[in-house]
Design a protein around this ligand. Sequence first.
Ligand SMILES: Nc1ncnc2c1ncn2[C@@H]1O[C@H](COP(=O)(O)OP(=O)(O)O)[C@@H](O)[C@H]1O
Ligand SMILES: N[C@@H](CC(=O)OP(=O)(O)O)C(=O)O
Length: 541
Amino acid sequence: MVTAIATSKPWLVQKYGGTSLGKLLDTICSTIIPQYSRDHDLIVVCSALSGTLKASGTTSLLLKCISLAELGLDAQQQLIDLVDLIRDTHLSLLDTFLGSSKQAASFQIYDETKVGVVKECENLKRFLLAAQVVGELSPRSKDRVISLGEKLACMIVAACLNSMGTPAKAVFLDNVVASAFGPSVHNQVAALERLGSKFYHVVADEIAGRIRDCGRAIPIVTGFFGIMPDSLLQTVGRGYSDLCAAMCAVAVGAEELQIWKEVDGIFTADPRKVPSARLLSTVTAEEATELTYYGSEVIHPLTMDQIREASIPLRLKNVFKPSGHGTIIYPTASPSTPGTPVNGRPSAERSRSSTPLPGFMLENGYHGAKQERRKPTAVTVKDDIILINVVCNRNTKSQGFLSQVFERLERNKIPADLVATSERHVSLAVQSPGDSGALLRLKEEFESFGQVAITQNMSIVTVVGHRMRNMVGVSSETLSALASAHINIYLISQGASEINISLVVNANDAIAAMNAIHRDVLKIPTHREQEDRFIPGPWLY
Ligand SMILES: Nc1ncnc2c1ncn2[C@@H]1O[C@H](COP(=O)(O)OP(=O)(O)O)[C@@H](O)[C@H]1O
Ligand SMILES: N[C@@H](CC(=O)OP(=O)(O)O)C(=O)O
């Protein structure tokens, strides 16, 4: 456990996603951060800026730069144009917020930041153009490229805050892994893997030192946390800044970790796909882990392990509705009481012991609802799934069959999301690998001991709820709901934790399946049913 930093006010870590920063930088810097900094020592963790969509945001553009560099010299001009676009997008944001300032201090901040952004982009351009000659980038080089997104975002956020009179300091964590483990770390992939979660504790300790160095200024920390031996994208994947924020929270022993997004929190289902979905005021850490793993990508799945171990509550909040309660995820298996919002100055202890706010449930429940729920908590969908069925050849010994299947998955680095087996038959649901060659290789390897059938375009539908452990009948209700909607099921699996049931369906049926389960198993009426039956919306409870 990392030693907490001693301070007079409780620590609060806030992480802002790329699209939130892209759309609401002004509100974040002029209202949200100053308001919370009155009662807390804040740490702000930033993702790379995205204009409107993550898919066209800075990290995605940097990934495109990497692809162009790997194409070789033919793509030279495209590469230059793309880096210039990244630079100009950041400069125009800086212009919007600081460019027209008449104050000398702001003018100086504007000038220094502008020079810094241009320099970082020029360095990247030189690096990529050199890489283009070789036509290949190592995992470490790719990390170096990606790290620029969060660096630029932190420079802009720190500049905005400083110009508005809130002292802030950009903290770059791109070298934090090397500082924590020594420069030879990059030859020690296997050793680091063996460290498991301890790896993140050591990094958190190093982050604590960087935060201490900021003195009274608010640390504006890059969500990118270190060039990794096997690349951050490969080890952690996109959305890594949630995990970085969790490490910052662990580093200082924060009272709460807040992840600010563009949704109110975790809903009973993805509100884009199920219009009647309701906001959940609390969710257990176990439920959040299952939901994020099976498609509700509201937080990065690895985040939960960190805050759970350190007993830090995590709250999801909406930048468009800063006063909303959001969804709070308790580190313990079952929350006893929901806490007051941090802007009401609770401590982590108080969150666990105080009486709940009026209108909130004592147990995991819908936001504003009063009655206790005896139903699963949420339903989620994971897309881009491939179903692989392997029937073991008669001449293959059945006892070695399963180990051969898993050994081949491991060798091809394809993790199985769900598995159903009988003695000579195994069905696997796997995430469609980015590299189509990997799937072909896997198929050929499986064919050495069995007959293989691969079905693409599938989805996993998962029902999650910590109360499902003690509930009889959820499976039958789920199967009936899908049967009534005429939806075929290709694989069924219940998690060992007994808090989830997953089913593989055709991707075209996934949204219908989700809606059917939401209505018939979670028992939440559709909007039409609510209108027909004059059932008041949750806002009237
Ligand atoms: N159960 C769920 N509750 C809330 N949002 C969900 C859920 N499942 C999927 N989502 C989706 O996750 C997305 C996360 O919010 P957003 O702020 O847009 O993400 P990001 O910061 O990663 O760009 C939303 O678009 C929402 O539709
Ligand atoms: N910028 C990175 C890391 C991240 O966490 O992003 P976001 O917080 O916007 O999901 C990405 O796009 O993957």
